[in-house]
Design a protein around this ligand. Structure first.
Ligand code: DOR
Ligand code: ZN
Length: 351
């Protein structure tokens, strides 16, 4: 059995820098034509000048023979000047601005301390048509970690839409039924909002974090939720609804930082992302909806052309390696050591 699709894009990806960039980029570029590249480097990518330099490093690290277009983002801080938004929109390659509430996740310390601090920036984005990409979790330590996304919808996102009804906004890596309902509701009302969905949140519920012991390579933020939420995400992904599209949130960390007393958040799904999504869609009986989710809806939302090339997936078992070497360390992928049902036909992967 084979499945031929328009080459997909990844609308939420962490590529990092240096040695990690080389391996992460090679894995993603094998499958995806383009990716929205997250700006949470250390220090973060906050200006168009920094995004220009980071983009050049990505292109320099691209293996020969692979075509890949990095779509850059800026990291929103309390001090981002609204003038930077016009520059970003004019750059032609900055395609979004990322909102991290300060302290919400990996390398988010420079994020917004209060969402309202960025009101002038949101106004500039609304008029420039530049999308806001949100890590949608509140950081109040009083709020239970499993409720942080839902509370963000009520206390941050809903008021933001009221203030800036024309702002394009994406709830990144949605994890809850409430987010799916929120996006559907506002989309119906004509608001340009969407959500990306990761392979790991579609595949696992929170039990998977504790399956046979604590599983650090499945730990990410927002943390996985109960099965009812996973089922809602799966229904959204396989519905064909244009507001839901593929964003892996593949986020590499060295093995020693994952298998540590304080484990970093992030699942490294890049090497087999598309195969994972195919397996998930197949188990939901919805392989016919994979192309819209992976290759059409994101491009349409961002106002970019759909890709023209094709890739082919074969229904053929493959083993996921235990780890990859990276500059004196190792990197453990999601599903390490497991067997997946699908694989990309090599010549369509460009390698
Ligand atoms: O699990 C995550 N990892 N969630 C994020 O929001 C950030 C990411 C990372 O950069 O490692
Ligand atoms: Zn992310």
């Amino acid at each position: 059995m084979r499945l031929t699709l328009t080459r997909p894009d990844d609308w939420h990806l962490h590529l990092r820098d240096g040695a990690m960039l080389s391996i992460a980029l090679a894995h993603s570029a094998r499958q995806f034509a383009r990716a929205i590249v997250m700006p949470n480097l250390k220090p973060p990518v906050t200006t168009v000048a920094e995004a220009t330099a980071y983009r050049a490093r990505i292109l320099a690290a691209l293996p020969k023979g692979l075509a890949f277009e990095p779509l850059m983002t800026l990291y929103l801080t309390d001090h981002t000047p609204p003038e930077e938004i016009r520059k970003a929109a004019d750059s032609g390659f900055v395609k979004g601005v990322k909102l991290y509430p300060a302290g919400a996740t990996t390398h988010s310390a420079a994020g917004l301390t209060r969402i309202e601090n960025a009101n002038p920036v949101f106004a500039a984005m609304e008029s420039a048509g530049l999308p806001l990409l949100m890590h949608g979790e509140v950081t109040d330590p009083e709020v239970d970690i499993f409720d942080r996304e839902k509370v963000f919808l009520d206390t941050c996102f809903a008021p933001l839409i009221q203030r800036f009804p024309g702002l394009k906004a994406v709830m990144e890596h949605a994890t809850t039924r409430e987010t799916v309902e929120f996006v559907r509701h506002h989309y119906r009302a004509g608001v340009a909002i969407a959500a990306t969905l990761t392979a790991h949140h579609l595949r696992y519920n929170r039990n998977a974090l504790f399956q046979g012991g604590l599983r650090p390579h499945r730990y990410c933020l927002p943390v996985m939720k109960r099965e009812t939420h996973r089922l809602a995400l799966l229904e959204a992904a396989t519905s064909g609804h244009p507001a839901f599209f593929l964003g892996t949130d593949s986020a590499p960390h060295p093995q020693n930082a994952k298998e540590a007393a304080s484990c970093c958040a992030g699942c490294y799904s890049a090497p087999h992302a598309l195969e994972l999504y195919a397996q998930i869609f197949e188990s939901a009986g919805a392989l016919d909806k994979l192309e819209a989710f992976a290759s059409f809806n994101g491009a349409d939302f961002y106002g970019l052309p759909r890709n023209r090339e094709k890739i082919t997936l074969l229904k053929k078992a493959q083993n996921v390696p235990d780890h990859y070497p990276v500059a004196g360390a190792t990197l453990v992928p999601l599903c390490a050591g497991e067997t997946l049902d699908w694989q990309m036909q090599p010549e369509t992967g460009g390698t």
